[in-house]
Design a protein around this ligand. Structure first.
Ligand code: TA6
Length: 299
């Protein structure tokens, strides 16, 4: 149980079967979730992975996607919301895909109501030695989450070891959309990208649209992208240098916690420092990335 002192008014802790009964079989323990409800918005955050699962400004639709086959189980990556890829992105020799942070239990350090009514939470994951030998560094990861009219995430990664630490970090955001085939993403025009489907280096022509499987890492991107769907515009702002755009399309049927047809409901637009923008973090140094999300709805 969490100490009472970390809760501010409007923040509660529930077990996932209570909130998402359809995703659990009878008797399953599920995962502890923080529910934030303030004058602006409601958000759900899993302590596992410090993962925001849901964010909706009052009277507006959900901004984030949760797979209909999402598993909320200890030690399993959660296919929903904003997984953190940290301290690496993609597969690693002998290590798990996208790093250990998303399947580790983070600690809620503090909560606070700000003057404008937004809620600020600070979560932390620290270790003397990495749980994965592939990344042998003492570390402290901190994620500040601000739930207001916008959802703001600020991630800081401190290398507490005496060796330089290679680091990639990414907000792997799943945005909910009515139909991915009718979505465009602007803010990437003319940008170079790595096409992970054929390993080619290419240049983006015009807005990004999705008519088949896509898995791209755009490099040197500007602060802002806009995801335009039939009923909403989502503004994505970040100081990170890369932007990954991913949709599984018909490969969804081969992903156990996604399922055939599910790809239509989401688009991943992910900001982070990955691929060419990964860094080597000197001993004692801290690397920070932030992201702000807000929606405009035609409702
Ligand atoms: O960010 C895109 C990506 O790296 C894709 O290659 C795809 O595999 C996706 O992440 C999902 O990864 P996951 O480990 O969550 O199944």
């Amino acid at each position: 149980m969490l100490p009472d002192s970390v809760y501010a008014y409007g923040v509660s802790c529930v077990n996932s079967p209570e909130l998402y009964p359809d995703l659990h079989r009878a008797g399953e323990a599920g995962l502890p979730l923080l529910v934030v409800n303030n004058v602006h918005a409601k958000a759900v955050i899993a302590l596992q992975g410090a993962q925001v699962l849901s964010f909706l400004v009052h009277e507006k639709p959900e901004l984030l996607w949760m797979s209909p086959l999402c598993k909320l189980e200890k030690g399993k990556a959660i296919r929903a919301g904003i997984p953190l890829c940290l301290p690496w992105f993609g597969p690693a020799d002998g290590g798990m895909q996208h790093g250990f942070a998303r399947v580790s239990d983070w600690t809620l350090v503090s909560t606070e109501i700000l003057a404008d009514g937004a809620t600020r939470l600070l979560l932390e994951l620290a270790g003397e030695v990495s749980p994965q030998k592939v990344w042998p560094h003492a570390f402290c990861f901190r994620l500040e989450i601000n739930v207001g009219q916008k959802l703001t995430l600020e991630l800081s990664v401190e290398n507490r070891s005496d060796l330089p630490a290679p680091l990639s970090c990414l907000f792997h955001t799943y945005f909910a959309v009515p139909d991915v085939a009718h979505v465009r993403v602007t803010g990437l025009e003319g940008k170079g990208f790595i096409d992970k489907l054929d390993s080619g280096r290419k240049t983006q022509n015009g807005a990004v649209t999705i008519q088949s499987a896509m898995d791209r890492i755009y490099l040197d991107v500007p602060t802002e992208q806009i995801l335009e769907a039939t009923d909403r515009k989502v503004i994505i702002e970040s100081n990170a240098a890369a932007c990954v755009v991913w949709n599984a399309w018909d490969q969804d049927r081969n992903i156990a916690d996604m399922g055939e047809g599910s790809h239509a409901g989401y688009l991943c637009v992910e900001r982070g420092d990955v691929a060419d923008h990964g860094v080597i973090l000197p001993p004692g140094a801290t690397h920070q990335i932030w992201m702000k999300l807000s929606g405009q709805y035609a409702l």
